[in-house]
Design a protein around this ligand. Structure first.
Ligand code: FMN
Length: 350
């Protein structure tokens, strides 16, 4: 039985997973998330299968680093070429991943040009080939890693009625539906009624051998927190929810403990938060974790630009009086030592 089925049996409320986000859910941030608010499943950032095997291995394999604390963890790849996906899946087996996910939703033009990302929606036959190739690679060395797909509801228009059955025919373990079309990018609110429809399509689906689909359907798009995710599970009947941008500055997102919920709500009531003792404690804890994250980034990803951390600072340092001044100082920081000094001075002044 694959780990998805185990989770499905355990999590009656729905499986809560972290979305793959390039230059966000990197090995450093994933370690922080696993420590402070672990989702049911973590995803890597997407990694180019072509890039891995056509010269970029040394560089790209670093994005696939993970620790035991992050399990279960799924590696996400993109490519338009079945043979490259098969090799990537074999690599995921070798690296010890728990699952393999295929990106079939990215709207980036350079990725689509390779016939991957949301480009797959325009060529469902090749999409099926790529999924089947991943499944072949996933069975290396007596393993049988589950293969999942992350996609959108269509390319220019809603094509769920035709696109989803093409995916279901290949029998992936999970299909995550980002409830927008490629054309909509992220410009309109996600339309969760399409996730509900996806569940119905899955429930009605019977494959060419007469077997009902056991693929899990996850919804994705604009979910703000676990409460919102729980509501979406009830409304749509989906098996799980994938949360992305809500994790910015909030590695406690997936924790249901009350201790963590103090930290999570920091941005909601700036004045009262800073004035209370609990408020200051929360700010200090938040800045401590931000510094820990920065040190991990420097240690694990020395080849990446430090500018990536600045996006995180904007989200961590937000929502209390005085946050803006601190944020501005952090924008000029060049390394983790400088960040630690700036944060230390700030805390002394609280
Ligand atoms: C900075 C950023 C990077 C992303 N990178 C990926 C990626 O590597 N693979 C992927 O499938 N989706 C990627 N996405 C899309 C997210 O996984 C998710 O589908 C999208 O953000 C909508 O979910 P949300 O509203 O919960 O953020 C990315 C999104 C953002 C904002």
């Amino acid at each position: 039985m694959n780990f998805w089925k185990n989770l499905k049996e355990k999590q009656q409320k729905g499986i809560m997973v972290l979305a793959p986000m390039a230059d966000v859910t990197d090995p450093a941030f994933r370690r922080v998330i696993a420590k402070y608010g672990k989702p049911d499943v973590l995803w890597t950032e997407f990694v180019s299968a072509d890039g891995l095997f056509l010269g970029g291995y040394e560089h790209l394999v670093k994005d696939l680093a993970f620790t035991e604390a992050e399990r279960p963890i799924v590696a996400q790849f993109f490519t338009g070429k079945p043979e490259m996906m098969e090799k990537a899946a074999e690599l995921a087996v070798d690296l010890g991943f728990d699952g393999i996910d295929i990106n079939m939703g990215c709207p980036d033009k350079s990725i689509e040009k390779q016939g991957s990302g949301s480009g797959h929606i325009k060529d469902p036959k090749n999409a099926q080939e790529v999924i089947r190739a991943a499944m072949r690679g996933a069975t290396k060395n007596g393993k049988n890693l589950p293969v999942s797909v992350k996609t959108r509801i269509g390319y220019n228009k809603n094509e769920l009625e035709t696109w989803l059955p093409m995916l279901l025919e290949t029998n992936p373990a999970v299909i995550t539906i980002h409830a927008r079309t490629r054309k909509e990018m992220s410009a309109v609110p996600a339309r969760w009624e399409n996730v509900k429809r996806a569940v119905e399509i899955r429930n009605e689906f019977v494959d060419s051998k007469g077997k009902k689909s056991e693929t899990l359907i996850f919804g994705n798009g604009d979910v703000t927190d676990l409460e919102d995710a729980d509501k979406k599970v009830l409304e749509t009947g989906c098996d799980g929810v994938m949360l992305g941008r809500a994790i910015f500055g909030n590695p406690w997102l997936f924790s249901r403990s009350t201790q963590s919920s103090f930290l999570k709500v920091l941005g909601k009531n700036p004045q009262t938060i800073q004035k209370s003792t609990q408020g200051s404690a929360n700010i200090i804890e938040r800045l401590r974790v931000m510094t820990e994250h920065t040190k991990l980034f420097e240690e694990l990803l020395p080849h990446k630009s430090f500018a990536i951390m600045k996006k995180h600072y904007k989200a961590y340092v937000n929502g209390w009086d005085g946050a803006k001044e601190l944020r501005m100082k952090l924008m000029d920081a060049k390394d983790a030592d400088e960040v630690e000094t700036i944060v230390g001075d700030y805390i002394k002044g609280l």
